[in-house]
Design a binder for this molecule. Structure first.
Ligand SMILES: Nc1ncnc2c1ncn2[C@@H]1O[C@H](COP(=O)(O)OP(=O)(O)O)[C@@H](O)[C@H]1O
Ligand SMILES: [Mg+2]
Length: 348
């Protein structure tokens, strides 16, 4: 076996690509038979396309994209759960296809949801089992497991069955399980998606600490707040391809974004939409009281607001509330992809 020299980047991908067979619609099951004929196969689903990532030790890298962008598929390929259709992924210098066992020994992976835990065992027994599977010694499991349970606020429930845990506790135990063998590379797929705000904050703090201790962390998220708060660098993934990459502030700066004005409008909303024209970044559906929310580009700050106010009044609409905000990562995302990441607002 040839060993590559110690890599500076703990995660590296080159042209990583994954195609899936098109799914057969439940309403047309006979296509399962037809699909065997290549000419009837239809277009493959391009889940991930030509992805080049380089994540050094000590970096928290966020793969940011909406549902279906290809985040989970990327994590599955880098963690050896899926074979790439094309391209390669290296973890600590090991190729995920040729040296899968070495890769698995170097990583801790956590997927969203509550899989990966044994509900009929206690929290401590879960860690014991995982540690044994990682060939850890009993004393190492007790020592490190105990510290993790303590750190994650699970110490006083460690000897109760996992089935009695709340979602947040299960998620924290899942994180403890992922960290038990002290891997240099962590891959966390939407680690805060199922958590309440307080638990999500605690998890984010822990993730920062973990990358601060010199691990490479690959995190996926569809929350731009999360990406802005904890990631050193962010890759924006859209329809399987990386469309931009950089520190959150850098991305906002490079997108050349102006401050924006967030408005609540009432009155003749159809006319208001026309009056806002292509200055609008997004607008919401009407609320119960008939008002809508919208965000517009405001290069001149409040001066833009005053000019808009006059224009809207002339169209029979009024501004009920206005806030001026600096551009965010989400604005950069909208500019780059033409879609919003999350939230109740329409596509512009
Ligand atoms: N096993 C599969 N078979 C067919 N298509 C799949 C499979 N897994 C994922 N996909 C498709 O690949 C795309 C990317 O999915 P995924 O990686 O789960 O996105 P994300 O995690 O960003 O929400 C989606 O269009 C999804 O429907
Ligand atoms: Mg996913």
């Amino acid at each position: 076996m040839t060993r590559t020299p110690p890599p500076t980047h703990l995660i590296q991908t080159h042209g990583l690509t994954k195609h899936f067979e098109p799914r057969v619609p439940r309403s047309r099951p006979w296509e399962i038979v037809r699909r065997r004929a290549p000419q009837a196969a239809g277009e493959p689903i391009v889940a991930v396309s030509d992805l080049n990532l380089r994540i050094p030790a000590g970096e928290c890298y966020g793969l940011l994209g909406p549902n279906g962008a290809g985040k989970t598929t990327t994590v599955k390929m880098i963690s050896t759960l899926l074979e790439p259709t094309a391209g390669t992924a290296l973890v600590c210098g090991y190729d995920t296809v040729r040296h899968g066992a070495d890769v698995r020994g170097s990583i801790g992976v956590m997927f969203a949801g509550e899989r990966g835990l044994y509900w009929r065992l206690t929290g401590r027994e879960n860690l014991e089992l995982v540690g044994r599977m990682e060939y850890m010694t009993g004393s190492a499991i007790r020592e490190r497991g105990g510290r993790l349970l303590d750190h994650l606020g699970l110490a006083d429930r460690a000897d109760q069955l996992v089935e009695t845990y709340s979602t947040g506790m299960k998620q924290r135990l899942n994180l403890a399980r992922t960290l038990l063998h002290d891997p240099p590379v962590l891959m966390l797929d939407e680690p805060t998606a199922a958590l309440d705000p307080a638990a999500a904050r605690g998890t984010r703090r822990l993730i920062r600490e973990l990358s601060g201790e010199g691990r490479a962390v690959l995190l996926t998220t569809h929350s731009m707040h999360e990406a802005e708060e904890i990631c050193d660098r962010v890759g924006i993934i859209h329809r399987g391809a990386l469309v931009a990459e950089g520190a959150p502030r850098e991305l906002i700066h490079e997108a050349g974004l102006e401050p924006r004005l967030e408005l609540r409008l009432s009155g003749d909303l159809q006319a208001a939409r026309t009056a806002l024209g292509d200055r609008a970044l997004w607008w919401s559906d009407p609320a119960d009281d008939g008002s809508i929310e919208a965000a517009v580009r405001a290069a001149d700050g409040w001066r833009t607001a005053h000019a808009l106010d006059e224009r809207l009044r002339a169209h029979g609409a009024t501004i009920d509330d206005a806030r001026l905000r600096d551009a965010t990562l989400e604005d950069a995302f909208i500019k780059l992809t033409g879609t919003r990441l999350e939230g109740p607002f329409d596509r512009v």
